[in-house]
Design a protein around this ligand. Structure first.
Ligand code: LMR
Length: 342
């Protein structure tokens, strides 16, 4: 009898801890979390990201929280965890797939482990304009790429803007490929980025975003590439002197959730989340543009800034030819052609 009672207690504890681990559903949703109802479900969404105060994605996440909590009449709570305080960029993907968080927005490059085609935004000098870039992802072939993530348990809710990447370093202005020789660049992971710097004669080390300032400050690396809002909000200007406006690649953010969480929601809940996401996306992209203009002005006051001319860019493009040859087959000629010059 005692033994049976003991087994019953163990079973009950197990059931309760499983219920507590089923992230995303708040206690209020409890057993009534059937996804067939028409009422917005009571849930809590954990939204984790690595952006600092002053970055467009940080502003976007806060706006999404504000809109969704309001639109759902307070039924949905959004807890935003910025600056990698919950998960850094090495851990956030696993945390999302385990449903420990329900939304993250890694830079697109960090999705290459699921589909190497996402490196298309790293291909140097491929996209030419912001408008062309968003047309490719919002209306063109890029949209197909996001659907390849669904098999991996990932649903894309929006695409937020970072911007065109620029080069920052501690040694000299960059005008021609030879100016990168021997520089040690911090990069996000990815074969295209490694190859890009190798072809240009520089070293590249993969370092998590939230550890990059210290790596630059202590001289582990002396250079990096990023878009203006990240350069400014990460305060790289405190430790680096030269900024080159090269617009050589993009850094932008798919805002993603996991299928375990998403498929557990009813239509009314999905709808309100998607509506809030669409509004926040519009806001975030506008903020990203404003910030990048403003930050360039601020950075010009404290850094030595030069901008690559079209002729200078062409010299880089010529030197980078082996990279184009190698990655066309990885990304797909049809995708590269659709993006080229946009
Ligand atoms: C980076 O690693 O440089 C970026 O992905 C950081 C960010 O804005 O997410």
């Amino acid at each position: 009898m005692k033994k049976k009672f003991g087994i019953l207690v163990v079973l009950l504890v197990l059931i309760f801890s499983l219920a507590a681990c089923s992230g995303g559903e708040s206690k209020e949703a409890g057993g009534s979390a059937s996804n067939s109802g028409n009422e917005i479900q009571k849930i809590t969404i954990k939204f984790s990201h690595v952006g600092y105060k002053g970055a467009p994605k940080t502003a976007g996440a806060d706006k999404f929280k504000e809109i969704l909590e309001e639109k759902s009449g307070g039924k949905i709570k959004v807890e935003v965890y910025p600056a990698g305080q919950l998960y850094g960029d090495r851990e956030e993907m696993d945390a999302l797939l385990a449903n420990n968080v329900q939304i993250i927005m890694p830079s697109m490059t960090k999705l290459v482990v699921y589909n190497p085609q996402f490196q298309i935004l790293d291909i140097p000098f491929l996209f030419k304009t912001r408008e062309g870039f968003f047309d490719f992802w919002d209306n063109g072939k890029g949209k197909e790429m996001f659907s390849t993530l669904e098999d991996k348990g990932i649903v894309t809710l929006g695409l937020w803007e970072g911007g065109f990447k620029q080069l920052v370093n501690n040694r000299n202005p960059i005008k021609k490929p030879g100016d990168l020789k021997g520089l040690k660049f911090r990069i996000q992971a990815g074969d295209v980025l490694e190859k890009q710097f190798k072809v240009l004669g520089a070293d590249a080390s993969v370092i998590p975003y939230n550890e990059t300032y210290t790596a630059l400050q202590t001289g582990v690396v002396d250079s990096t590439e990023n878009m203006l809002a990240n350069i400014y909000s990460s305060k790289y200007q405190e430790v680096l002197k030269y900024l080159t406006i090269s617009n050589h690649g993009r850094l932008d953010y798919p805002v993603i959730t996991n299928t375990t969480f998403w498929n557990g929601l009813n239509d009314a809940t999905k709808k309100v989340i998607q509506e809030a996401m669409d509004e926040a996306t519009k806001y975030e992209r506008e903020e990203a543009q404003k910030m990048s203009e403003d930050y360039l002005k601020q950075l010009s006051k404290v850094m030595k800034v030069n901008e690559l001319t079209e002729e200078e860019k062409n010299v880089f493009i010529k030197q980078l030819q082996p990279l184009y040859d190698e990655f066309e087959s990885v990304i797909g000629k049809d995708y590269m052609d659709a993006a080229r010059g946009k």
